[in-house]
Ligand binder design. Structure first.
Ligand SMILES: Nc1ncnc2c1ncn2[C@@H]1O[C@H](COP(=O)(O)OP(=O)(O)O)[C@@H](O)[C@H]1O
Ligand SMILES: [Mg+2]
Length: 373
């Protein structure tokens, strides 16, 4: 449905320095899917979204919607933003005061190029207010809505034109954490029900994992990895992605032996000898990082049966109670490993503790010099 190819967008700063905000950004979004641009502040998410909207003019590349270019540097096409037919909600969405909920939602229809009859406006507005569950409030003064309701109203206003593409730039970031989580579910439900193709921008990895069909992780203007939430979380392709999405233990290691037929290998690491998967070519002596998520670090007070290949003795260094889970920092040799376990694990600080790690839970990442800065 949306096809972005080789998009470069640049700014010239006050001092005349060129900022390469989006570099070779390429992705495709099928009809009805929610695609997320995820990355730290300044990585080029908003720039990419604004380029799709037509609010920035890229240097090169192409943007097509259903096979029709809205931008193409090669063919010198630039469709102005108001002719692209996209709906948008930005981080700093504004609800118009002195207007009712209905008037806020109907405003785009009143001022648009196309003229609608009063009857048509009423039907469209009530339908869209229903989809965000604000129809019962249509006569209310918009400023008398809660934060979450105002957010839904901003969404209704973007949806009322029945856009073919919805662009959302950190739409939940103004809400407190509890409401943000609730709105996450509501947004997902609305998007799935309406089946509207959506580009979602966020720096919040849990939001991205919860909402998306597909995620592109960005850094320094470039897409580092693209995949389903599961792909990104379970098979990060770089230290950057592994670290940015979720929490992970990084362990420095050197390949000791490889067994390509069984897709496994053995490494010497900071915590000892570890058996890990071998999903790509590695050679003996190669430096790698072996990584494991804290929820995959299993703890035991007793010595586990010696059928376990990856088994280490450590000591409890610190504990943090988080309510539903308990984070243990366990020292193995000089390495502190984070384990996220059930709060019923009662081992006191300073006591010995066993760590058991399933070989298949490890992620192996090639040492990348370019990843260090
Ligand atoms: N109008 C602008 N003029 C100059 N530089 C800009 C402008 N907008 C954004 N930038 C720069 O472009 C880069 C990407 O910004 P942005 O797309 O807003 O990132 P994000 O949305 O991921 O936080 C940043 O380095 C930012 O400082
Ligand atoms: Mg931004």
């Amino acid at each position: 449905m949306l096809n972005v190819q080789g998009l470069f967008t640049e700014y010239v700063s006050d001092k005349g320095v060129v900022v390469k905000a989006a570099q070779d950004v390429t992705f495709e979004v099928p009809q009805g899917k929610l695609f997320t641009l995820l990355g730290p502040s300044g990585c080029g998410k908003t720039t990419t979204l604004r380029s799709i909207a037509g609010l920035e003019k890229p240097v090169s590349g192409s943007i097509e919607v259903n096979g029709k270019p809205v931008y193409s540097s090669a063919d010198k096409v630039f469709v102005p933003p108001n002719k692209r037919g996209f709906g948008m909600v930005f981080q700093s969405y504004a609800i118009w005061p002195h207007m009712t909920v209905f008037q806020n939602a109907s405003f785009p229809l009143e001022v648009g190029n196309k003229k609608y009859s009063t009857q048509e406006i009423r039907q469209r507005v009530m339908r869209v207010l229903e989809s965000v569950e604000l129809d019962a409030y249509h006569e209310r003064d918009a400023t008398r809505l809660s934060g979450g309701q105002q957010q839904r109203l901003a969404l209704a206003r973007a949806l009322v034109m029945e856009p073919q593409l919805l662009l959302l730039d950190e739409p939940l970031s103004n809400l407190d954490s509890k409401l943000r989580e609730k709105m996450r579910f509501e947004l997902k439900k609305i998007q799935r029900e309406l089946g509207i193709t959506t580009i979602y921008v966020t720096h919040d990895q849990s939001e991205a994992l919860a909402l998306s069909h597909e995620i592109a992780v960005m850094r320094n203007g470039r897409i580092m990895q693209m995949g389903t939430p599961r792909d990104i979380y379970e098979r990060p392709n770089s230290e950057f992605v592994a670290d940015f999405v979720g929490t992970i233990n990084f362990v420095q290691a050197t390949v000791r032996s490889t067994d390509p037929d069984q897709n496994r290998m053995v490494v010497d690491s900071e915590i000892g000898v570890v058996q890990v998967p071998m999903n790509e070519a590695f050679h003996v002596g190669e430096k790698v990082q072996v990584c494991v998520r804290p929820e995959d670090v299993h703890l035991s007070d007793e010595n586990p049966p010696d059928t376990h290949t990856n088994h280490y003795l450590g000591s409890v260094f610190a504990k943090i109670f988080l309510g539903d889970v308990l984070d243990f920092q366990v020292k193995v040799n000089d390495k502190v490993m984070l384990a996220r376990v059930h709060p019923s694990q009662k081992t006191p600080v300073g006591a010995p503790i066993h760590i058991v790690l399933d070989p298949s839970d490890w992620i192996v990442i090639k040492a990348q010099a370019s990843d260090k800065h």
